[in-house]
Design a protein around this ligand. Sequence first.
Ligand code: SF4
Length: 367
Amino acid sequence: VARVPLGRPTPRRRKTRQMMVGSVGVGSDHPVSVQSMTTTVTAHVDETLQQIAELTAAGCDIVRVAVPSRDDCEALPAITAKSSLPVVADIHFQPRYVFAAIEAGCAAVRVNPGNIKRFDDQIKDITRAASDHGVPLRIGVNAGSLDPRVLARHGSATAEALVESAMREAELFTEHDFHDFKISVKHHDPMVTIEAYELLAQQCEQPLHLGVTEAGPIQQGTVKSATAFGCLLRQGIGDTIRVSLSAPPVEEVKVGVEILRSLGLRPRQLEIVSCPSCGRAQVDVYRLAEEVSAGLEGLPVPLRVAVMGCVVNGPGEAREADLGVASGNGKGQIFVRGEVVRTVPESRIVETLIEEALRIAEEQGQE
Ligand code: SF4
């Protein structure tokens, strides 16, 4: 497998309007950002802030909190005051919480027109409040809560129906000369999601928030999100992403960050190139790869580490990486930047790789 240089060209982005969600720029002039959503009761301020801190450490850029009750709404000022990330309030059903969230210092507000009755009547006041405070909005259309009028026309939540619903609300915003909003059109089926965002990208110049909604447990959700986001981001469509998993939100962030890294949209830190193992393997590749990953997690410098099971592809990959091991006969040849520096028994491969990685990190830190 040929080495893909870390500095590979990134996909060209679709030109969009720009906006600031707190300190994070969203739009084609800014890097694609990663979002997640807290799972704590928002009104439990300390727990919510703790979870936000964990998401920050995992690489999250923007956090969303649900605001289903008055207690949650009243907790927003305390959360926005101490959050390490820009906070987006997620509002369904209660237009009055939109005003409260804007007043509370939220960096943006997500509204779901399908779930806010009388939304059309209140749009003028909502856009004025958002404009006055410099707070962008997101029109978040979901297949599961599509505007009933649109659903009735299309019969089901097709890509066209999702986009029609989003554009209908977008027009209400622009009629009031409000343009500071992004849009999402989420479906649980990645193919419908891709189609919907492709259509939407042709019809507006707003930044797009990508998501496959209710994507499922960690493995299925990861695959669905990576499939949809990969297709869209490769075309330059998408300005901020949220991976939805039935798993702790830190996992969503890790997957989102890894998708961006795989597309060359976020710099790599640690990359483990490990072989899948096969009948030729002369060491336990799975264990080695896991132990090396765990031992080097959080390394502060970019590093590609090859963990290879035998001499077929081992020396080649190990030579191409910053650091690597090619195993054979219960031993490991340790490579650093293409040169064999040591040969160690299998029992010492992991500790030697970690030792060498820390040495490289220290050297890089001094450069
Ligand atoms: Fe099999 Fe060797 Fe390739 Fe690993 S490197 S998959 S052990 S042939």
